[in-house]
Design a protein around this ligand. Structure first.
Ligand SMILES: N[C@@H](CCC(=O)N[C@@H](CS)C(=O)NCC(=O)O)C(=O)O
Length: 214
């Protein structure tokens, strides 16, 4: 692997990191994986904090050495790049073109970070990664209705639209799929959300889809 390639600092089981692997694969961009174990402090070492002062993964190092953090910002950057860089699979077209459609895509990216991920990903972290339901019982119970509310908003939207990125598959779908498809690992019963079930199948059927464990 040449040195001037993309490097992804990541924890494999993290949905935020999976978002980046999924888009890199769909755009056919080569990259090198740099595993970070957040459970033993590797995201808070002085070396890592120099790259991302916020101490979190995913962190993508661009071929020119620029570090880029925040999963949804990385999705946006790569999708934008794919529209202009001939070497990248630009047929994927993962961000829409009109100002309103782009803003609607951003609307779902912000929704994912403020109303979805803090409740669904966090409960999954307690139950599936830390495997400690007892210690986090109160937080899990407090998060549960808020996570269900977010799933309800998605279910309603999917009653009249096939995707979240302004009518076509794109980065808002990648962002929301990452933690929705593993929500059961956080104690959420997805059988109550049939539209979400059908949407997840459509996401899985997109070209060059990869699973979280691949
Ligand atoms: N808003 C951030 C959240 C990133 C995040 O919370 N990353 C977790 C893994 S899912 C992490 O690396 N935590 C390590 C730490 O807090 O030290 C994003 O979307 O990238």
């Amino acid at each position: 692997m040449p040195e001037n390639t993309y490097q992804l600092y990541e924890m494999a089981d993290s949905g935020n990191c999976y978002k980046v692997r999924l888009i890199l694969n769909q755009l056919n961009i080569a990259y090198e994986r740099r595993p970070i174990n957040i459970l033993n402090g590797e995201s808070r070492t002085p070396e890592f904090l120099e790259l991302n002062p916020n101490g979190r993964t995913p962190l993508l190092i661009l071929p020119d050495g620029t570090p880029l953090a925040e999963s949804n910002a990385i999705l946006f950057y790569l999708a934008e790049l794919s529209a202009s860089d001939q070497q990248i699979n630009h047929s994927a077209n993962l961000v829409p073109e009109t100002p309103l459609a782009r803003a609607q895509t951003m609307q779902w990216l912000f929704f994912e970070q403020y109303s979805h991920e803090p409740f669904i990903a966090t409960n999954r972290f307690y139950l599936h990664i830390l495997k400690d339901p007892d210690q986090f019982e109160a937080q899990i119970a407090a998060n549960q209705p808020k996570g269900c509310a977010a799933l309800g908003v998605m279910e309603n939207h999917l009653g009249h639209a096939p995707f979240f990125s302004a009518g076509a598959y794109g980065i808002a779908d990648i962002a929301l799929y990452a933690y929705t498809h593993v929500a059961h690992q956080g104690g959420y019963d997805l059988s109550a959300y049939p539209n979400i079930g059908m949407w997840m199948e459509s996401v899985q059927n997109q070209p060059h889809h990869v699973g979280i464990g691949e």
